[in-house]
Design a protein around this ligand. Structure first.
Ligand SMILES: CC(C)(COP(=O)(O)OP(=O)(O)OC[C@H]1O[C@@H](n2cnc3c(N)ncnc32)[C@H](O)[C@@H]1OP(=O)(O)O)[C@@H](O)C(=O)NCCC(=O)NCCS
Length: 144
C-alpha cells in the first residue's frame, strides 16, 4: 500500500469527489447536488468514508450503524464499497473496510453485515479475504 493513502470521513465539501466515484461505480450520471443531498439524508445513520491517493479520491465505503430491536447493541452494515479500477489490488478497499469496522465497533456494534451479488466474484473474494463469511440469504421484492 502506498504511503500517500489517506482514509477519512467525507464532508459536504467532498460532494463533487463523491459524485464522481458514484458515477463510475453505478454507471449512472450523478451530480454533486445529488451526492450532497444523499449525504445530508444519511448523516444520522451512515458514515461515508473516502480514500485518497496523492490527493485524488479513489475509493469510497459507507457503513450504516442503526439501533437493533432484538438487541441492545446496534446493527452495522457496509452498504457501499468501491475502488476506482485503476487503483485496485493496492489494499485500498482493505483499508476502507478496516476503518468502517472501527467506526462500527466505536458505535457499539459487534458484527458487521453486508450484501454482495451472487455473481460478483471479485467482491466475494475480497470479502472472504478480509474475514467475511456466508451468513444469510438476502431477498428482495420490487415494490415499484
Ligand atoms: C471489491 C473491491 C472493492 C476490492 O477493492 P481493492 O482495493 O482492489 O481490494 P484490496 O486491494 O484491498 O484487496 C484485498 C484482498 O482482497 C482480495 N481480492 C481483491 N480483489 C480481488 C480479485 N479481483 N480477485 C481475487 N481476490 C481479490 C485479495 O485477497 C486481496 O489481497 P491481495 O491483493 O494481497 O491478494 C473492488 O474490486 C471494487 O471496487 N469492485 C467493484 C465494486 C464492487 O463490486 N463493490 C462491492 C459491492 S458489494
Amino acid at each position: 500500500m502506498s504511503d500517500s493513502l489517506v482514509i477519512r470521513e467525507a464532508s459536504p465539501a467532498d460532494a463533487t469527489a463523491l459524485a464522481e466515484l458514484l458515477e463510475v461505480f453505478n454507471k449512472v450520471p450523478t451530480t454533486p447536488e445529488t451526492a450532497a443531498r444523499r449525504m445530508e439524508a444519511l448523516k444520522a445513520t451512515e458514515t461515508i468514508l473516502l480514500a485518497f491517493m496523492g490527493g485524488a479520491a479513489v475509493g469510497l465505503c459507507s457503513v450504516r450503524v442503526v439501533p437493533f430491536l432484538s438487541e441492545d447493541r446496534p446493527y452495522a452494515e457496509v452498504t457501499e464499497l468501491f475502488v476506482r479500477p485503476e487503483q485496485r489490488r493496492r489494499g485500498i478497499a482493505r483499508a476502507l473496510m478496516a476503518r468502517a469496522e472501527a467506526v462500527a465497533l466505536l458505535k457499539g456494534a459487534t458484527d458487521v453485515f453486508l450484501m454482495t451479488g451472487f455473481k460478483n466474484a471479485t467482491a466475494q473474494a475480497f470479502y472472504r479475504a478480509t474475514g467475511y463469511g456466508d451468513y444469510a440469504l438476502a431477498m428482495r421484492k420490487k415494490l415499484s
